[in-house]
Design a protein around this ligand. Structure first.
Ligand code: V47
Length: 369
């Protein structure tokens, strides 16, 4: 007798559970079954099973900080609380010297990574950003640079009159180690046209990541959820990522990003519940069986929900961050001044029953507790 047959679980769901237990890949229809069911704890159990196969009892974090070069942006994404026009009150455009100064302020603090993401600036091209990376590398040769969403890369290459491949080569030569997963939003073309009409398209986003993977630049992937989409849209998004990962193997981590409503055009909408957030982590973990890591970005959902997510398939808590990012605080995220000490992150992980592992950008373990 199977484990699930002793419980009052609908047969279709028991079948999905059986597949996950046997290590089989689930289909899009199976993922929909999980999304549509109210057996949250079963989804959590299955997600932890997949997580353990991939990462054992480790839960990763890193010692990092962010640089947001500018919030001036040519795009007009309706969910964004961060963007400003050039010269508008509240806009900023850091110079290379100012950004190197930020890096210098972290010397001696054992950070292994700087995460650089900002608005899509109207006049800064690949050469500007390559100079930035070179200057950072000169200042801190051991610091790994994870930088620029596919949307930023798209625009900076166009500005320089280069193909994406040529532009990424310039950035790689200047010190780019990996790319973050932002700008994916939701791939469904109709929804995307409504919420971020002038942004890099879904096909272009996927193609830029495919090019990066081919060139040996690993990347992350995200999904903005809780804004207009239904479960079919989410499964479509996850399917496009899983298909690309089957082809390239270049995604390191998937990060679901919960829509936050403050200070943007969707302020009157309701945000998702913690139950929905945990379900989304679990289904993502089970469906994306080929992406090694599932990250909970704690500044967005808060530390308590992030700790709970470790029982829904999450194996990565991002990093210490040191209050160096504004994007989510401006959108009303849980953490208005996000900062976590190594002691705090290791304690969160240990109290959830896992082994804390400090990692670098490429998931090499630097230390365990
Ligand atoms: O693409 C913007 C999201 C992303 C809102 O790769 C919002 O390690 C919710 O991708 N509500 C950029 N989300 C940041 C990003 C990221 C963050 C942390 C780690 C990594 C990584 C990547 O932020 C955007 C967009 O999807 N976003 N506004 C909002 N109101």
């Amino acid at each position: 007798m199977s484990f699930t047959s002793c419980l009052s679980i609908p047969p279709a769901l028991a079948e999905v559970a059986g597949k996950v237990g046997a290590g089989e890949r689930i289909t899009a229809e199976d993922a929909l079954q999980l999304y549509n069911s109210n057996f949250l704890s079963l989804s959590g159990l299955l997600a932890v099973e997949v997580k353990k196969r991939l990462n054992g009892d480790y839960v990763y974090f890193n010692n990092n900080f962010h640089i947001e070069p500018t919030n001036v942006c040519i795009n007009h994404c309706k969910f964004c609380s961060f963007r400003r026009n050039k010269g508008q009150k509240g806009s900023w455009e850091c110079t290379i010297e100012e950004m190197v100064e930020i890096v210098r302020s972290y010397s001696g603090k054992s950070c292994s990574e700087v995460h650089i993401v900002g608005g899509v600036h109207p006049d800064r091209d690949v050469w500007f950003y390559a100079d930035l990376l070179k200057a950072i590398r000169e200042e801190a040769p051991l610091l790994q640079i994870k930088a620029f969403t596919a949307v930023e890369v798209d625009q900076m290459c166009k500005m320089a009159g280069m193909s994406v491949e040529e532009g990424l080569q310039v950035l790689k030569d200047a010190g780019l180690v990996a790319m973050p997963g932002g700008g994916a939003e939701i791939f469904d073309e109709t929804l995307r046209a409504g919420i971020c009409p002038d942004k890099t398209t879904s096909t272009e986003w996927l193609s830029i990541h495919e090019t990066a993977h081919r060139m040996g630049i690993p990347t992350n992937a995200t999904m903005l959820y809780g804004l207009k989409e239904n479960y079919l849209h989410r499964v479509d998004h996850l399917s496009r990522l899983r298909d690309l990962q089957d082809k390239t193997g270049g995604f390191n981590a998937f990060i679901p990003l919960k829509f936050r409503k403050a200070n943007n055009l969707y302020a009157s909408r309701q945000e998702t519940s913690v139950v929905e957030d945990l379900k989304n982590f679990a289904v993502s973990r089970i469906f994306l069986d080929n992406i090694p890591h599932l990250k909970a970005y704690w500044p967005m959902i808060g530390k308590q929900a992030a700790q709970l997510s470790l029982h829904f398939g999450v194996d990565d808590l991002d990093g210490t961050i040191d209050d160096s990012t504004r994007i989510y605080a401006m959108a009303g995220a849980e953490e208005q001044n996000p900062s976590a000490s190594t002691a705090e992150l290791t304690e969160m992980i240990r109290r959830a029953g896992y082994i804390p592992a400090e990692r670098d950008t490429l998931y090499k373990i630097l230390r365990t507790w």
